[in-house]
Design a binder for this molecule. Structure first.
Ligand code: NAD
Length: 237
């Protein structure tokens, strides 16, 4: 029998237990940086080195971090389910945990692209480079001669992968949301593409911005929450 299709939408909360702070919980990292300064084109135009240093720091932190139990359990579900992960995160912890189909909505911190390039007009153009955990500074240029910028979707920029994400969500047999407050659009509206009759689970210690009578809210952190979710799946098979 064909495996059921499980679609998992994740946000900053899935990586919290790996030491990555979320935007809205208290932590020194974001206390030091205003998201508007480091995640907007205005911030970039004001001070490129400041923005590059922020992402250099995130890359360094990511190099030294490991996937947590939540990431691992999501990857383990590929044994029994056809799993797609759609993540708002820019880290690579899902991939490092073993998930094989991961769609990044807001870019990837381990990648860069020219600040002025063909990609800005056509997202299918291949101008994106994987730099792993290397740093980037003002003066580091792309082959087209313009400054390299982080391959991150900043506030106000288009989300190139949103249509792919909608298509994936429409095919879900089970929809799971982990660690996102659902306050950043268009990602926050993706659940509207879940077909009628498909169950929606939310793993988050707090309330999230989603009112739908199908929602089963598992009020836990990602690791424990995923264990409970897997038990629910086992009991409903
Ligand atoms: P958010 O900060 O708005 O919401 C995080 C959610 O995670 C909250 O609802 C919170 O209750 C929950 N949470 C906190 N600890 C948790 C845990 N241990 N387990 C499960 N849930 C937990 O984050 P968001 O909705 O992802 O939106 C913020 C934006 O910030 C996203 O676009 C994302 O790209 C970016 N961001 C990414 C990273 C990363 O890549 N790791 C980190 C911070 C922010």
């Amino acid at each position: 029998m064909a495996k059921k299709r499980l679609v998992v939408l994740t946000g900053a909360g899935i990586s919290a237990e790996s030491g990555f702070s979320t935007f809205r919980d208290n932590n020194g990292y974001w206390d030091k940086y205003d998201p508007e300064d480091v995640a907007s084109i205005r911030g970039w135009e004001r001070d490129r080195q400041y923005v590059l240093d922020f992402y250099n720091g995130v890359r360094e932190q990511l190099r030294d971090a490991s996937p947590n139990r939540g990431h691992m359990l999501i990857a383990s579900l590929e044994k029994d389910y056809d799993v797609d992960v759609i993540t708002q995160n820019v880290d690579n912890l899902h991939e490092r945990a073993g998930s094989t189909r991961v769609l990044h909505l807001h870019g990837e911190v381990t990648k860069v692209r020219p600040e002025k390039g063909a990609y800005d007009r056509d997202f299918s153009v291949s101008e994106v480079f994987d730099i792993g955990y290397e740093r980037v500074d003002v003066g580091d240029l792309a082959p087209n001669g313009t400054q390299l910028r982080p391959h991150i979707v900043w506030f106000g920029e288009a989300v190139p992968n949103i249509e792919k994400a909608m298509d994936i969500v429409m095919k879900a047999d089970i929809f799971l949301i982990v660690g996102t407050s659902l306050s950043v659009y268009p990602a926050a509206g993706l659940y509207r593409y879940v077909r009628d009759g498909v169950p929606i689970y939310v793993i988050d210690p707090k309330d999230v911005n989603l009112r739908d009578k199908r929602v089963v809210h598992i009020r836990e952190k990602a690791g424990v929450g995923m264990e409970k979710f897997i038990k629910i799946l086992e009991n409903s098979r």
